[in-house]
Design a binder for this molecule. Sequence first.
Ligand code: CU
Length: 241
Amino acid sequence: MAALGIPGDPQAKNMDNTNKPAGESKKKMMIILGLVAVVAIIVVAALMSNRGGVQNPGENAGATPVAGEAPADAQPYMPEGTTGAEGEEINVPEALKEATITVVGANPISKDGTVVTTEGVAVKNDAVPMSPEAPKQTPPVAVTELPSSVIKLSVSAAGWSPAEFSVNAGAPVTVAITSDDDFTHVFMFDNPSLAAVAVGVSPRETRAITFNAPSEKGEYTLHCDVPGHSGRGETGKMIVK
Ligand SMILES: [Cu+2]
């Protein structure tokens, strides 16, 4: 982008008032060339992201956890500070023993298949988003590194893809949200009982969240909470079976 301004500057220095029009038109040319380059970059980026998006459908098959079970592809959870500098024993809450995580930075899943906080207490889906009792969104992650049990959703001005997904009642669920365009998006359910299950992503970013699916079966609609986004079609639903 900086290239837009730089070529114009030396000309401006040498210019006197008599040849200003010629300099101006050169400057205009440079701006037009710059804009063409920017548009080309955007088109290439859009094409590449579409290619990535095609791989999503079907990837979630087979590894869906049921209530009382952690996903088969989860990894062991290492509670923070369990090995102190002098190797002293620190009390680990019972719920965190043999706990697993699906994505680094997401909430642990206890042995009995409950998503818990780092204190070992079951997360609250209706807590204030980002509060200690709420399931927490992960730092940015690479989509390619997500295990297959993770439900991968991408969102752009074109809407959510896929626009609906299914989970088992009461089971631990990890959803990863990818911004598939140059905008920020916010994953959020309409039902206040799931108010804490929210994820915000910057342009082209992916973040995940692990939470307990509602025990009540049914359809839970969701939307992008950025003003104007749900109105243009960024809506979807989670089907709890
Ligand atoms: Cu959005």
